[in-house]
Design a binder for this molecule. Sequence first.
Ligand SMILES: Nc1ncnc2c1ncn2[C@@H]1O[C@H](COP(=O)(O)OP(=O)(O)OP(=O)(O)O)[C@@H](O)[C@H]1O
Ligand SMILES: [Mg+2]
Length: 274
Amino acid sequence: MIEFRGVSKRYPDGTVAVRDFSLTIAAHEVVVLVGSSGSGKTTLLRMVNRMTDPTSGQVLIDGNDVATQKAVALRRRIGYVMQNTGLMPHFTIAENIATVPRLTGRTRRESRSRALELMATVGLDLAIADRHPGQLSGGQAQRVGVARALAAEPNILLMDEPFGAVDPIVRADLQRELIRLQQELDKTVVFVTHDIDEAFLLGDRIVILENEGVVAQAGTPNEIIESPANDFVAALTGTTDGSRALRIRRTATGAVVVDASGRTRGVLDEDDRP
Ligand SMILES: Nc1ncnc2c1ncn2[C@@H]1O[C@H](COP(=O)(O)OP(=O)(O)OP(=O)(O)O)[C@@H](O)[C@H]1O
Ligand SMILES: [Mg+2]
């Protein structure tokens, strides 16, 4: 369980990135933080593994304040997929993935075999193990980032816009893989994105942030679509401009549901109609 208790962050130059943010994330839950650029998402995520310390308030993991724990040890046991992959350019792919196992005392051979195992887990071709990050496609690099985060066998996975820098097809692929992986691994995941559709797809619960980490609404995808808390949420989720509207269209064989772009999204099951 992760608890943010009234955390705020003011950077030394005076910028207020987060103002009085509170949230409790249950074990094994996937929570997605959604907000526009500069709303404090990365700052919040980095408070969990002490890459950033809050100016006030506390972050607790399973009831223990992270401020009382050694930052280095904490970072090694929490998986972190950085916003721009953060791979080390002079290390091979296998070496990048094996960083934490090496640091925690596994032998070179053990670490390499663990790295290869993780490459398979995230759907990477083992043939690229000895390449360098500069020789990968964007989608491959993102998968390496996920494999590296899993290497420490963490209970908690922090993912900062991990699928941001790839085309929509690769992105959909990575999203499906993550859903499959999470069914298997069952981690506590804090996932950051500015894409509301990605949030609806991946999150058990979604937290919509306005500037300075102010929570506009927190809830399940259903709750947010069915009752947006304010105009900001309604606009972000497309309930004001009709972009999420679905309509029923009669066909010769029954009725189908059509989205705002005119695309047929499914067949209406007449038995379930009120
Ligand atoms: N080291 C820093 N020093 C000063 N201000 C910072 C620092 N890091 C972030 N900020 C500021 O804090 C605010 C929140 O930044 P943060 O990186 O958490 O936002 P974000 O939601 O992750 O944005 P993005 O979607 O662009 O990644 C921004 O105004 C940013 O400019
Ligand atoms: Mg960010």
